[in-house]
Write a protein that binds this ligand. Structure first.
Ligand SMILES: Nc1ncnc2c1ncn2[C@@H]1O[C@H](COP(=O)(O)OP(=O)(O)O)[C@@H](O)[C@H]1O
Ligand SMILES: [Mg+2]
Length: 282
């Protein structure tokens, strides 16, 4: 069975999705892992970064996204039509080298579903347990992968709990500024209590500093604070803020990951991925 890792931060715009997609492509392209990226964020950014908006639009209009899975949970079992194989996008990266990467795409429609899942009276709930919808659905294909990465929305709602429910560990990407690091203790505490509730360990694998600016005194100070905190271990690798990494949001067909991120970005993501693998094995 694969190692399953969620990425979480309560704040948006901290480089969470960019880091998750980069880890997924790196694990596939450089480390020869079979990777599944599950996009649980209704913002659909990971999906767009991999397959582009046009392809996403087609899949979405055909009901081939995870929104279908979650809206099905509100229906009686015989009325459900989520099709896992039809929803799974194989060879999801436009980088030739990252061929062994598959994607379960998200949809903007999950915003509505998330609200409905939260407010449905328990008697009308046809799924056994609301946080267990994703795990039950994807179990049949997990054996095909070495690593599953789950990009969670920036909250700890029912959709995020679905990601955590099937994760052994989680990563917290953050910009090293005051507001972005603010919620980290809350995340760690909430995940710990959820982990106790389901009686399954969900370990904080580490905090990733993303969009780092060496010249920024705020970033340098916050980095020192992050090194001292005890909520979750800090990854040594920092992801620098850079143009090539921002441009990676718009997927272009390229042969290699070096072409996609440039030398500096490539090196940073490679080091981070090696650290992630080290911690998984430890
Ligand atoms: N290392 C980086 N250097 C420059 N821009 C980045 C970097 N990482 C992310 N970005 C950009 O910052 C914005 C927010 O990143 P994103 O990964 O979408 O954050 P989140 O998922 O936390 O909301 C996006 O426009 C993205 O392209
Ligand atoms: Mg995001």
């Amino acid at each position: 069975m694969p190692t399953v890792i969620s990425t979480i931060n309560l704040k948006g715009g901290v480089g969470k999705t960019t880091t998750t997609v980069a880890l997924a492509e790196m694990l596939s392209g450089e480390f020869r892992k079979r990777v599944l990226l599950v996009d649980l964020d209704p913002q659909t950014n990971a999906t767009s970064m991999l397959i582009g908006d046009e392809r996403w639009g087609e899949l979405n209009s055909e009901g081939r996204t995870l929104a279908k899975l979650f809206s099905d949970a509100l229906l009686e079992p015989e009325k459900r039509s989520f099709d896992l194989q039809a929803t799974l996008v194989r060879k999801a990266s436009r980088v030739d080298a990252a061929r062994s990467l598959s994607l379960l795409p998200s949809s903007l429609d999950m915003i509505d579903t998330q609200d409905q899942l939260g407010s449905i009276p328990s008697g009308r709930f046809f799924a056994e347990s609301p946080p267990d919808i994703l795990r039950r659905a994807v179990t049949p294909i997990l054996g095909e992968f070495d690593i599953v990465l789950i990009d969670c929305p920036p909250n700890l709602g029912i959709i995020t709990l679905n990601g955590l429910r099937m994760s052994q560990a989680y990563i917290i990407p953050t910009i090293p500024d005051i507001l972005s690091t603010y919620g980290i203790p809350q995340i760690v505490n909430r995940v710990r209590s959820f982990s106790e509730t389901i009686a399954q360990p969900i370990e904080p694998l580490g905090i990733v500093v993303a969009k780092y600016r060496t010249q920024s005194t705020v970033h340098r100070t916050q980095l020192r604070i992050l090194r001292k905190q005890k909520d979750a271990p800090l990854f040594k690798t920092r992801i620098p803020e850079g143009n090539a990494l921002a441009e990676a949001a718009n997927p272009q067909p390229v042969s290699t990951l070096r072409q996609k991120w440039g030398q500096e970005g490539f090196r940073a993501y490679r080091e981070l991925t090696a650290e992630v693998l080290e911690r998984i094995h430890a």
